[in-house]
Design a protein around this ligand. Structure first.
Ligand code: CMP
Length: 139
């Protein structure tokens, strides 16, 4: 596969504890190019819309509370096989199950406060980049 774009969100736990820079450096060291970056404070409506696919799940309300609890850093990232590679680099949702050296193994606190989000498919990557960077001309 050729060069792709995907979306990452450095979540309120990692951003609020001053780990955004280390995580961005980790991503760059794995060959991701920063196409766009924006700090965002999501409101309830925005978080519910972003995570609409999880509506109805037992963790949905708590996830929305967490994602609206502080500033996040949204990143549009580019590299070869970006969607699959980013998911490898961030590790499993639950940091207890994340492979050593992955971002969640290094920085996440729990399954919910798990430091970073990544798009799970190319279609979702396009939609999620549009969600945060609509109207922005990407470099
Ligand atoms: P993310 O990759 O952002 O996608 C959905 C998020 O929901 C996930 O990371 C976790 O933060 C959260 N999540 C998924 N499963 C659970 C769970 N079982 N309990 C709590 N939070 C969860």
């Amino acid at each position: 596969m050729g060069s792709e774009r995907t979306l990452a969100i450095i979540k309120p736990d990692a951003f609020g504890s001053g780990r955004a820079g280390k995580i961005v450096a980790h991503l760059e060291s794995e060959g991701f190019r920063l196409v766009a970056a924006r700090t965002v404070r999501l409101n309830q409506e925005g978080a519910e819309a972003f995570y609409a696919v999880h509506r109805g799940k037992p963790f949905f309300a708590s996830l929305v509370d967490f994602m609206t609890s502080g500033t996040v850093l949204t990143l549009a990232l580019e590299r070869k096989d970006a969607v699959a590679r980013l998911r490898e680099v961030i590790g499993a949702t639950d940091p207890a199950e994340a492979a050593p050296g992955t971002i969640r193994a290094l920085y996440a606190e729990s399954k919910e406060r798990n430091a970073i989000h990544a798009s799970d498919s190319l279609d979702n990557a396009r939609a999620e980049i549009a969600f945060f960077f609509a109207g922005v001309e990407l470099a």
